[in-house]
Design a protein around this ligand. Sequence first.
Ligand code: PRX
Length: 638
Amino acid sequence: MGDKSKPNDSKGQEQVYQPSDSIVKNAHVADYDTLYKRSIEDREGFWADEAAKLDWYKKWDKVLDASNKPFYKWFTGGKTNIIQNAIDRHLKTWRRNKLAIIWEGEPGDVRTFSYHALNREVSKFANVLKSMGVRKGEIVTIYMPQIPELAIAMLACAKIGAAHSVVYGGFSVEALAERIQDANSRVLVTADGGWRRGKITDLKTIANEAIGRSATIEVCITVKRTGQDVYMENDRDFWYHELMGLPIAGAKCETEQMDAEDMLFILYTSGTTGRPKGVLHTHGGYSVYTATTHRYVFDIKDEDRWWCAADPGWITGHSYIVYAPLINGSTIMMYEGAPNHPYPNRWWQMVEKYGISILYTSPTAIRGLMRFGDQWPQRHDTSSLRLLGSVGEPINPEAWRWYHEIIGEGRCPIMDTWWQTETGGFVITPLPITPLKPGSATLPFFGHEVAVVDDNGKDVQTGEEGKLVLKAPWPGMARTIFGDPERYKEVYWKDYAKQGWYKAGDSARIDEDGYVWIIGRIDDVIKVSGYRLGTAEVESALVSHADVSEAATIALPHELKGNAIYAYAILRTGLQGSPELEDAIKKHVSHELGPIARPESVTFVESLPKTRSGKIMRRVLKARALGVDEGDLSTLEE
Ligand code: PRX
């Protein structure tokens, strides 16, 4: 193959993969340095140019309002709605009849929506929501499997100016109840179930239990996906398909004109302490930021078929399954189920069948598929692939090379994108033209100044580990934590308040070429299979078990998942630990929080290492588990 990106060994033992000539020739951005320089010297000018590529009902007065730091505002005075750009503007062009969504269910059923058809579904459901009294500014909770109605419900909320709070379908009762309650949601949209590894999930049953624990839900709309028997309560529960068949579900619905800074959605994510926080994003800045990052980093062309194989219940799905690709008029692939069901060739079969040109997924998924061997992808013609992407956790060079050689056939550059729920979109990422080093997310995106510093904000030495900070605001940044602006200041902006920098919560190093290497979280956030969980949440699920009086959790490295959760529990007086009890406690965590939070093991202990002020010293537990030096123990109480 003449078109391979080739590694060279110019940097000693480190391989650098140069982009192929055809990638460079066709890229939207041919010269990173020049545009980057411009984006830093005239940040507002850069973003204004990008914003001008979108439609606005009314142009903004000011690009950036920094009068109340760190509560930055973007494009103030501007009027828009993300739907204006994600759907409405395409209806006036040939894209009206372009495929917006190709969806495949795990059992093999297929549904497709043109932009015209998507608009029709979204408008109808928007009218249904209106008929249920949903108003601008209200937060609708969505708890669904990966089916088209999940995207339709999100878009319908946005269209009428309501905000959505999507709760990942892999979460369970308490996680859902807590999020419903915090968002004060009156309306819940869910499904009877979904398909996963040939089995049916019990979403509606979980939703019913969660509704029982949270007093706010008045209306629950359920999509019939699997057809299993579910409990529906009179006057509270409605079937989606029945509502969509009523005259209230008219196919015409005006898109609500929003202020650029109006809330688009909140998305709960885990932090260091306490309850998950509702990270808030807005219509204007988020539209501009996600569309720009998507277009430049993945070099989006009209003929692309884009597949972000994440779940819409996480930020990756919000930004890069639903909003950015629709704004850019792409054809989106969505798949409901497990990558290896019924066989480990499922993804590669879909790449071939639909002619996918860009695949964006997580290191965990790559490692998981790699373990089945090369023969599965090699059965399929994956020559439609042009670019690959990775997100969610550091990608180990071995998985990177497999992805590059076997899936991308040496032809497709890998965009290893570092970002967070809070950043809205990519922050540190290659472009297709960037020389790549396996395992590095490479360089800052336009408009970003990134540094790795010590506690005082001083740059650490080249190649040394330090804390990752972002030095300037960007349009896609979270605006606040819903209902808790103080916590927003405290978590992200307090440590470097003097300098006005955003603390990412990750450690990283920067090499002699300015390439960023992400190491991992420095707080009590655990990344399990790329999913973000807090030790505090898992511990609270553990102690809600009747037999557990105290608990601590730590993350230990795991070959497939990146990290896995290990729990330590003190039982109530007089109780004895046993394998049966361990199993029951694991099941309990699954039931409360979700299967992703299920600990690998629960170790019964008499006491936990604590500081004199009573804080659990998780690093001591971790050091012991790994058999390494426990470090400074001077603050340890016992
Ligand atoms: O630790 C970093 C890791 O994921 C965290 C953010 O998690 P979340 O808000 O759930 O968003 C995930 C999807 C954007 C970061 O603080 N992370 C994300 N992308 C990468 C990464 N770590 C290394 N390399 C990445 N490409």
